[in-house]
Design a protein around this ligand. Structure first.
Ligand SMILES: *[C@@H]1O[C@H](CO)[C@@H](O)[C@H](O)[C@H]1NC(C)=O
Length: 486
């Protein structure tokens, strides 16, 4: 919305934007110049209006709460699962369906490479999201070992403890809770604790305010001058970086003096572990990586837990079954004892429910890749440099992969589950989401503690979900709480 307003109010901005985008459009123009027959091999589609392309239609669909309309309308109009468009200042080819996912995931580093919108790359700064080729592989190896099962197992007691404290402070004794902002705070606090061992409430609040402005700029057009959302976001990112740099430097001293542990959190981990070439990560890159991972760890977990509470509020039979499973686990534990990895493995029904929530309302509705070469796909040419837009929600709604796709049915995840490449909330291939297991642990521990303590009713039945760009209930999901008997 604000993006549209910015466009309307500022004429100089439109001029600048036009100059900025003219450069970007050259990909297809270049192709057009090569030869007419090459041009005809481009996927069908439209670049839309000058400058903004089809961005407004995409944003409108998101705010209507029906982001798939943008994709479905065009798939129907062109009668093709591949089409081209221009959004967020980039020429893009949208590819839909499991075949498109398979193509993108299995050609990583060969024909395509993971790509992020330039607003994100500039805000986070030089870090893992910028790396390509061998550098990306060594960088990823390092981060993968931090997010490994072994290190996650060590985090479980902390996550459980932070979750219990959160419920005691923000839920206990309340009649009504606005779920979305409350969970947002919890997930941020948890990430601050696990990534940086920060538990001072003032520091968490300060970072969280900066982080709010930072997040707002991520999906804006990357124009950095006073008055734009992106400018405010760049300043917020700078402020976070400054705070983190102080912490990183202090931590290095503490590690040298053996008063901090090399395994206590992400910060220590990145300071203490070289990559496989024996190189240590520079301080600035450590702060940028933490910033990038804070972003990655934040929105999608917040959105998934919020929607889980919404779906469970609407589906009493499912909620009863989740409760039965979680009660059994609680009953097998001594009072106050923390959850373990084994306990989480027993939460199979609950995880199927979470999976179905992510199928129906994926936290990320699309992912991006960039073409490294001219790609032949489904008889079309996707020119080198062009961005690929993979529609996750399109595949998740595909009735060929998920019978009665519009119905909530957690049983689809029993047995071997949905067909390959048809359920991809975490992406796939070598660049699959690093935090998949981390998210699972965080979400299940929250669910366990929540259902064992509270029952709830949705204050607003059928509250609408909009995409901003992550799915959120439009009123923040207020719920009436009813504490359960211990
Ligand atoms: C739910 O999915 C399972 C497995 O795919 C199927 O057997 C069952 O009939 C579905 N239930 C409903 C109510 O559609």
């Amino acid at each position: 919305m604000v993006f549209i307003m910015e466009l309307l109010v500022s004429v100089p901005m439109i001029v600048l934007l036009a100059l900025f985008l003219l450069g970007k459009m050259s990909i297809f123009l270049r192709t057009k110049q090569i030869s007419k027959s090459d041009f005809q091999k481009l996927p069908p589609g439209s670049s839309g209006w000058p400058v903004v392309g089809e961005t407004l239609d995409l944003l409108r669909a998101n705010l209507e709460g029906n982001p798939l309309r943008f994709t479905k309308d065009r798939v129907e109009k062109y009668n093709s699962l591949v089409f081209r468009t221009s959004v967020l200042g980039e020429q893009m080819v949208v590819i839909c369906g499991p075949a498109g996912n398979k193509f993108a995931f299995s050609n990583e580093g060969k024909k395509v490479v993971l790509w992020w919108p330039s607003s994100l790359r500039r805000l986070v700064g030089p870090s893992f999201i910028h790396k390509v080729g061998d550098e990306a592989r060594t960088n990823r190896k390092l981060l993968v070992s931090f997010f490994s099962v072994e290190s996650l197992i060590n985090c479980i007691p902390t996550i459980d403890e932070v979750t219990r404290n959160h419920l005691a402070t923000h839920w206990q004794g309340k009649e009504e809770v606005k779920v979305y902002p409350t969970i947002k705070h919890h997930i941020f606090e948890l990430a601050c604790r696990l990534f940086m061992s920060i538990s001072e409430p003032e520091l968490v609040s300060r970072l969280s305010v900066h982080f709010h402005y930072f997040s707002k700029g991520l999906m804006s057009i990357a124009l950095d001058f006073p008055g734009t959302q992106f400018h405010a976001a760049m300043r917020a990112a700078e402020a976070i970086r400054r705070e983190l740099l102080v912490l990183v430097r202090q931590r290095r001293i503490d590690l040298n003096n053996k008063v901090a542990s090399p395994t206590q959190d992400l910060m220590s981990f990145l300071l203490s572990n070289p990559d496989e070439d024996g190189k240590f990560m520079p301080e600035v890159e450590i702060t940028n990586n933490i910033l990038g991972l804070l972003y990655g760890a934040h929105g999608s977990s917040t959105s998934t837990i919020t929607l889980l509470i919404k779906y469970l509020g609407e589906l009493p039979q499912v909620r009863e079954k989740v409760l039965a499973e979680q009660r059994e686990i609680a009953a097998s534990k001594a009072a106050g004892e923390f959850l373990t990895w084994e306990d989480l493995k027993r939460m199979r029904y609950s995880w199927n429910v979470v999976s179905e929530v992510m199928r129906m309302t994926p936290p990320l509705i699309n992912m991006y890749r960039e073409a490294l070469v001219d790609i032949e796909y489904e008889g079309y040419t996707i020119p080198k440099g062009c961005k690929l837009y993979l529609s996750i929600s399109f595949t998740h709604d595909d009735p060929n992969c998920h019978p009665n796709a519009m119905e909530f049915n957690e049983s689809r995840f029993e047995g071997s589950g949905p067909p390959p490449y048809s359920y991809v909330p975490f992406g796939g291939g070598p660049r699959m989401c690093l935090g998949k297991e981390f998210a699972r642990v965080e979400i299940l521990i929250f669910l366990h503690n929540l259902v064992n303590r509270f029952d709830w009713d949705l204050s607003i039945p059928n509250e609408k979900i909009i995409y901003d760009p992550l799915p959120v209930p439009v009123n923040g999901l207020p719920v009436h709480l009813r504490p359960r008997d211990p």
